[in-house]
Design a protein around this ligand. Structure first.
Ligand code: CO
Length: 479
């Protein structure tokens, strides 16, 4: 058989600790092994995304742009990959095209070499601007378009193949099957990969989570069917709600036509380091750090990263006993709102609605604004049209509030210049482009972070919500 080495993208610096340790890994905990990771020969190192950006500012006292600079300085050979939510960027809103383009350009300048771009609703309108901008960055990053994988009566493998065709036509360099909740079963993966390989010429990458227990089997069938790249996590941060294990995959394909050419032995010291990091994080942030396999994720479909947060939130609220009720309510709410794939931000929006339904005991008695926005089309088209009676009677949305042209809606959002002006009004005379973008994405969190920097005191009357972080990564905290 002809040799067809499978490539591995390593997620230890992003998804792995997001899924198992609430995204709390610091740059200082990555630094000792960056050179070693760079030398392994990975296809890419996933290192940046919405949760990493948010957590840096909110909990770790790290500037996410500086983290990216540090990564770039140490990763000379392996491309840095980021996960971008199309028109949502890394935040929870839709942004003006102007902000989307500025953000993509800055991220590329700071060292992102692979843009993995997705939209929670697989609505191609939401992917156009960011893909276009990434394709035109002067650093020539690799641009990957995603199929956000989900199961519903409105999704078939053919649905995803059609989307892949469109992404290829838009100029994407590769396609990622993004299976954020581990829903992709081995034989379904085989069929999907075969159909994709027949339909598009660009490489196919597969990203899964082990939540339901399919991970390794799914990768094996997908690799046999011709998938080009698989996303894996080093042993200490592998499996559970994270990715299948890098070392296991290397050994699985060793000596076969799919041999990765990577060395498991070379990974031993790296994994030893991260095993200690994991133990430290679990202790410091009082995390659970492990998750039981749960095939019922096929019904509730909560992504790995969110499941770990949800468990911790319920624990904090002393509501662990409501966990199962919540998981049962999720698919019902999802069906009501047109079967969106559940991934940020739709996962949080559906999750919050389901939580409120369970707590109040009366469904849709209180409806958060974001849920109404999802229902009235502010994030794009849902896979199934939402029942009109549900929109108007249950959610009390008026006909004129229903959005049909989302691009027109996005154009009403603030521009970079307007965000800059807002930041100046908050007391920052000459903010950097990076600070303006951080502020655009996470306004209050970014402000609190900026005011903690040395020598910057908030103007009188500006209220600071003190962040939860205690260590400020070498910065002197503002008192
Ligand atoms: Co993931």
């Amino acid at each position: 058989m002809e040799k067809k080495p499978v490539k591995i993208t390593e997620t230890i610096l992003r998804d792995a600790h997001q899924s198992l340790c609430a995204t709390r890994m610091r740059i200082s905990q990555m630094l000792p092994q960056l050179e070693a990771l760079d030398n392994v020969g990975f296809n890419a190192l996933e290192a940046w995304g919405g949760a990493t950006f948010d957590t840096c500012l909110r909990f770790l006292g790290e500037d996410p742009w500086e983290r990216l600079d540090t990564l770039k300085a140490h990763l000379k050979k392996t491309p840095i990959q980021m996960l971008l939510r199309g028109q949502n960027l890394l935040g929870y809103n839709h942004y003006n095209d102007d902000v989307v383009r500025a953000f993509v350009r800055k991220a590329s300048e700071h060292g992102v070499k692979v843009f993995r771009i997705f939209d929670a609703l697989n609505d191609i309108t939401n992917l156009r601007t960011s893909i276009d901008e990434a394709l035109h960055c002067k650093e020539h990053p690799h641009v990957q378009g995603c199929l956000v994988y989900t199961i519903s009566p409105f999704h078939k493998n053919e649905t995803f193949v059609e989307l892949a065709r469109q992404l290829e036509k838009m100029g994407c360099h590769s396609i990622c099957i993004k299976d954020m909740s581990g829903l992709l079963k081995p034989y379904v993966a085989e069929d999907l990969v075969k159909k994709l390989k027949a339909a598009v010429k660009i490489p196919i990458e597969l990203h899964t989570h082990y939540t339901s227990g399919f991970g390794s089997m799914t990768y094996m069938k997908a690799v046999e069917a011709g998938v080009d790249i698989i996303d894996c996590a080093l042993a200490p941060f592998a499996n559970d709600t994270s990715q299948p294990c890098t070392e296991t995959m290397i050994e699985t394909f060793a000596g076969t036509p799919f041999d990765t050419g990577l060395s498991r032995k070379e990974l031993i010291p790296i994994s030893q380091h991260f095993a200690k990091v994991k133990a430290d994080l679990i202790k410091e942030f009082n995390l659970k750090g492990y998750f039981d396999v749960n095939p019922n994720v096929l019904d509730f479909q909560i992504p790995g990263g969110m499941l770990s947060n949800l468990v911790n939130q319920l624990k904090d609220a002393h509501m662990e006993d409501k966990y199962q009720d919540l998981l049962d309510e999720m698919p019902r709410v999802r069906a009501d709102v047109g079967f969106p794939p559940l991934v940020t931000p739709s996962s949080q929006i559906v999750g919050t609605m389901a939580t409120m339904n369970v707590i109040s005991g009366k469904r849709y008695a209180m409806v958060p604004k974001e849920f109404k926005d999802l229902a009235r089309g502010k994030f794009g088209h849902t896979p199934k049209a939402i029942d009109h009676d549900f929109l108007t009677n249950t959610l009390k949305i008026k006909d004129e509030e229903i959005i049909t042209d989302i691009a027109k809606e996005d154009a009403k959002e603030k521009t970079v210049a307007q965000f800059r002006e807002d930041l100046v009004k908050k007391g920052f005379k000459n903010p950097s482009d990076e600070d303006v973008l951080s502020f655009a994405l996470f306004p209050q969190v970014a402000l609190d972070f900026f005011y903690q920097r040395p020598m910057v005191e908030p103007p009188k009357g500006i209220k600071i919500v003190k962040p939860a972080f205690t260590q400020t990564a070498g910065r002197k905290g503002w008192k």
